[in-house]
Design a protein around this ligand. Sequence first.
Ligand code: SF4
Ligand code: FES
Length: 366
Amino acid sequence: MNAPARIIAAAAPMAMLAELTHRCPLSCPYCSNPLELTRKSAELSAAQWGEAFRQAAAMGVLQLHLSGGEPASRRDLEEITRAAVEAGLYTNLITSGIGLTRKRLEALADIGLDHVQLSVQGTEAAAADAVGGYRGGFVRKMAVAEDIKALGFPLTLNAVMHRRNLDHLEATVAMAERLGARRLEVACVQVHGWAAKNVAQLVPSREQAIAAREVVRAARVRLRGSMVIDFVPPDYLAEFPKACMGGWGSTGLNVTPEGLVLPCHAAQTIPGMRFDNVAETPLREIWERSASFNAYRGDDWMQEPCGSCERKAIDHGGCRCQAAALAGDAAATDPACSKSPRKADVAAMASGGDPAADFTYRVAPR
Ligand code: SF4
Ligand code: FES
């Protein structure tokens, strides 16, 4: 374990994101997995995941998000889910749907999986498959969505929004209604990780973003009581940043396929930060004492303008990973903030480059 500079009392986390694998049949141009993926041979075993879940439950974690890559790429997903259910955790499967058959979904229902979050890349096949880089993906997803509905899982539909699909927001809302989703998450893409290779093609124009805000407002009124819509506008439109992760090391933790415990899913993009492995160090010790989790807890690490800002307990200075990516310093004010001297760089993302250029994919489309 890294020697911590200081230890700050941390309440127990609420949620854990378990990235079971980096393997994925899709190749989205905004993939949030690290640029360097973990090999299958280095992934934690089902037994190791089970031990991590028991430790998480013992320290107060309530919700477990089973994610990836594509978690269904693991043949032992059912065994892993059973371990999570037996540990007493509320289980949410975050999936592209590819690799989930009706039989597997039935097995997961029998085991006690609580909730499914299905990602979609668009509202019609050609455009959606072009974004996901996987021909036939859309049709497959729609079949999986019907199975999810038929089996009675509560469903969240997750649609990353960007320049090439934000004009289809109304159709996305209609799709969520049709599929019986209880929640729709429509977040405009964050431009770190792989998305940084496709900024011009992904960041929506100001006109698109303003129109989308209006679509969401009207849909929320119409669907009140039947579906919740979480909308995250592009950063350049917001006056202040989001409280990313609810504040670093405050409510959740992520575990990578090989067992590294991260304060957020993108924390490996922060240069020089080292992470401890749950296969070697107890989860509670990592949460409470590791240098990575303590790096941005509290506020004594903050620079100006955050250090003396009245909002610092609200947004915690925004996103550390975005500060690292755009300001070159993870302790800087998130450039999404209007008080940041780099706010203009964020705004410029909506107008730079060639939005019509081909995407850069991690793996060539199939
Ligand atoms: Fe938040 Fe820092 Fe901006 Fe204040 S200056 S609003 S604390 S990001
Ligand atoms: Fe890492 Fe925001 S994505 S702190």
